[in-house]
Ligand binder design. Structure first.
Ligand SMILES: Nc1nc2c(ncn2[C@@H]2O[C@H](COP(=O)(O)OP(=O)(O)OP(=O)(O)O)[C@@H](O)[C@H]2O)c(=O)[nH]1
Ligand SMILES: [Mg+2]
Length: 322
């Protein structure tokens, strides 16, 4: 099961304390306490692997090492080595402690989540003409600590939405290298699937039902994955008993989840067009055009019917390049 939301505790390392020490040579006396090392920071780095949050299933405390303490003879404590965790691109990092959100947008991008504390100065730094035997030192500063909620919101170009069993996964598998499970019953797809169609990322979302935005069915959990998509393919099966009702159900769920979703460019896809007679299909398309003039009838057993859709995808890919 894809882990797409997880809360972790993050603690950067504390700085090491500075040393109080004096040279032991008779001829050369004086302070020689070294500084403490810097505490390690906790850093997230973007990767393409959508499953990367799984590392936090059991490891929920991300604790970076402290800096070492300073020693005599001007020996500074070692810095703690930063902890770097790889998280999927498209993850929103909610810092629950500060209330600030950051997003991991690109592969290789590094985001500092908790900064390690500075090391303290050793007594050598406190020497002066008046104070030749300083006892002063600084303790290291504490590292930052925070609770962080990681929420994966995939960055797909096109999101497939619709009621269950309308052929979303089937089309994804046809167009891409994805192997989304297909079966003739509702809720076959239990988690989102991605596929690449040339440069485009297509996302197949589990079927939505009325009340999905309030938590019914499975799809609600995944609606956030299409918050970032620019384009929605809205599927209605040709053998639907009432396409207008089906259409409105899904539109209502999209707006209820997030009004921004309802504003996205939408193409209406009348799927399984082979299930109805030609005459019936024509009637359906007339009805469908009233709901959304950008409508396509497709059947996965008729390759030709997919051509107009592929053209649209190519057009979307072209627009993405600009
Ligand atoms: N006749 C016909 N059947 C199709 C077509 N496309 C899909 N199907 C069948 O419809 C059923 C449902 O397909 P899925 O792709 O699993 O549907 P889905 O929308 O992903 O369903 P959920 O994952 O439950 O939301 C399967 O039995 C498919 O073989 C089509 O163009 N024509
Ligand atoms: Mg499916």
């Amino acid at each position: 099961m894809l882990l797409d939301e997880v809360q972790v505790k993050v603690a950067a390392g504390h700085g090491g304390r500075g040393a109080v020490a004096f040279k032991k040579l008779k001829m050369a006396q004086g302070p020689d306490g070294g500084n403490g090392g810097k505490g390690a920071s906790v850093i997230f780095e973007g990767v393409s692997d959508l499953g990367a949050l799984a590392q936090f299933r059991y490891q929920k405390d991300l604790i970076a090492p402290d800096g070492g303490r300073g020693h005599g003879n001007f020996v500074d404590g070692p810095d703690g080595e930063d902890l770097i965790f790889r998280i999927p691109v498209g993850t929103v990092i909610h810092n629950l402690t500060t209330g600030k959100d950051r997003e991991m947008l690109s592969i290789g991008e590094k985001i500092l989540v908790a900064k390690g504390g500075y090391g303290g100065k050793g007594n050598f730094k406190f020497r002066s003409a008046e104070n030749t035997t300083p006892q002063e030192f600084q303790p290291g500063l504490p590292g930052e600590e925070c609770d962080v909620l990681l929420e994966l919101k995939m960055i797909a170009d096109v999101g497939f939405v619709g009621l269950p069993n309308v052929g979303k996964s089937t089309l994804l598998n046809m167009l891409t290298n994805a192997k989304s499970k297909v079966a003739n019953y509702p809720f076959t797809t239990l988690e989102p699937n991605l596929g690449a169609y040339y440069d485009l990322v297509l996302a197949d979302i589990p079927g939505l039902i009325e009340g999905a935005s309030e938590g019914k069915g499975l799809g609600h959990k995944f609606l956030r994955h299409i918050e970032r998509t620019k384009i929605i393919f809205h599927f209605i099966a040709a053998d639907s008993t009432d396409i207008e009702a089906d259409y409105k159900t899904i539109r209502a769920e999209l707006s209820a989840h997030n009004p921004e979703l309802a504003k996205k460019k939408e193409y209406l896809i009348i799927s399984k067009s082979d299930m109805v007679e030609e005459k019936e299909l024509k009637k359906l398309l007339t009805k469908a055009k009233k709901l959304n003039p950008e409508v396509f009838a497709i059947s996965v057993i008729d390759d030709e019917s997919l051509e107009p859709l592929k053209k649209i995808l190519n057009q979307i890919a072209e627009e993405k390049k600009v």
